[in-house]
Ligand binder design. Structure first.
Ligand SMILES: [Zn+2]
Length: 347
């Protein structure tokens, strides 16, 4: 058995692999954030030397690779902050440290599955964070900067795509949107914006709007206010470099939130956009099921959550025409998330 650790940083992922004795089995490898499918194949062991099964450990602040790794059948463990001691404010602990935890401490780590998602076992922290956030959310709502849907008395919906851009699926989504002539909003992560600026340009050139979805898709209860601020700001800077503009809306990964992190949004920064219709497309239940899930729950004002990045999204792409046609049949108009929420400066 081999043991791998995956660390994230400003420019992608670092991977270290140790053997059963804790000795480095190969040189450290680096992958750009656009190459996670390749990283996954490499960890699966067909292309590397030495070969053999590999257990993988990654931090709870590293939320963009676990879906592909678990779908590929790898043994994946999440490491939570209390198992790490001091962490950097931006980036995860070194990959070699995580690989060593995969070797020696697996019984204390959380095994992840493709069905369970990246935050398996953290339900209590998730709900406690949301419960404690109510007073801050009330202030944001009062300021018109917190919403999960738009007005119910207007024939408008907003279609949103999270976790991209992706080198394969984003273009496919854009082609379908163009075919129907409708507008959408893309909540991108900084790691992908930084790695694929041309895809972000493509989104903007096609007339769609952008949202900030953090840098590395962390579980927000595990971040300090400063760490959250860096996730937000570095992502905005990546957008600015790519397309010369900064998103007006932010969506927290998993919908997770805490008063400590949300307080950072009170003074300035983007408005917080959740959703009221979850397609559950990330769980890959089949394109038909994705479309019926959306159409069963959507109506005037709906903010619809789908994904164009962070995993195998071919089912999302296949479901999209049926989603759009079903909503058009109900005479619903597609607008950006900012416009749906009536944010200042939007039509
Ligand atoms: Zn996401």
């Amino acid at each position: 058995m081999l043991y791998a650790g995956i660390a994230w940083s400003a420019d992608g992922y670092q991977v270290e692999v140790v053997d059963a004795d804790g000795v480095r089995a190969m040189a450290a490898r680096h992958w750009g954030a656009e190459r996670v499918p390749e990283l996954t194949r490499w960890l699966c062991g067909e292309e590397r030397t030495p070969k053999g099964p590999c257990a993988v450990a990654l931090e709870s602040t590293n939320g963009l690779v676990d879906g592909l790794l678990t779908a590929a059948g790898l043994e994946v463990y999440r490491v939570d902050p209390w198992q790490l001691g001091e962490r950097p404010d931006f980036g995860s602990v070194p990959a070699l440290f995580l690989a060593e935890l995969a070797r020696t401490g697996r019984e204390a780590l959380s095994p992840l599955t493709a069905q369970g998602g990246g935050q398996t076992g953290r339900d209590a922290d998730y709900h406690e964070g949301i419960r404690r956030s109510a007073p801050v959310e009330a202030k944001l709502t009062e300021a018109g900067r917190w919403f999960r849907h738009g007005p119910r008395d207007r024939q408008e919906v907003s279609l949103t795509f999270d976790d991209g851009p992706d080198p394969v699926y984003t273009r496919q989504v854009l082609d379908i949107l163009a075919r129907y002539g409708i507008q959408a909003t893309f909540f991108c992560v900084g790691l992908h914006v930084n790695a694929l600026p041309d895809e972000v340009r493509r989104i903007v050139d096609a007339g769609h709007s952008l949202g900030n979805h953090t840098w590395s898709h962390p579980f927000l209860p595990d971040l300090t206010a400063r760490q959250f601020r860096l996730q937000l700001d570095r992502t905005s800077e990546a957008f600015d470099r790519a397309v010369g503009r900064v998103p007006a809306v932010f969506r927290p990964p998993y919908g997770s939130r805490t008063p400590e992190t949300l307080t950072e949004l009170l003074a300035d920064g983007p408005a917080l956009a959740l959703w009221d219709v979850d397609s559950w497309d990330w769980a890959r239940p089949g394109p038909e099921k994705i479309a019926t899930t959306v159409l069963d729950h959507a109506g005037p004002g709906s903010l619809i959550l789908m994904h164009d990045g962070g995993g195998d999204r071919h089912q999302s792409v296949r479901a999209l025409p049926a989603v759009i046609e079903g909503l058009l049949e109900r005479n619903l108009r597609f607008v950006s998330t900012e416009a749906l929420a009536g944010l200042p400066g939007t039509p």
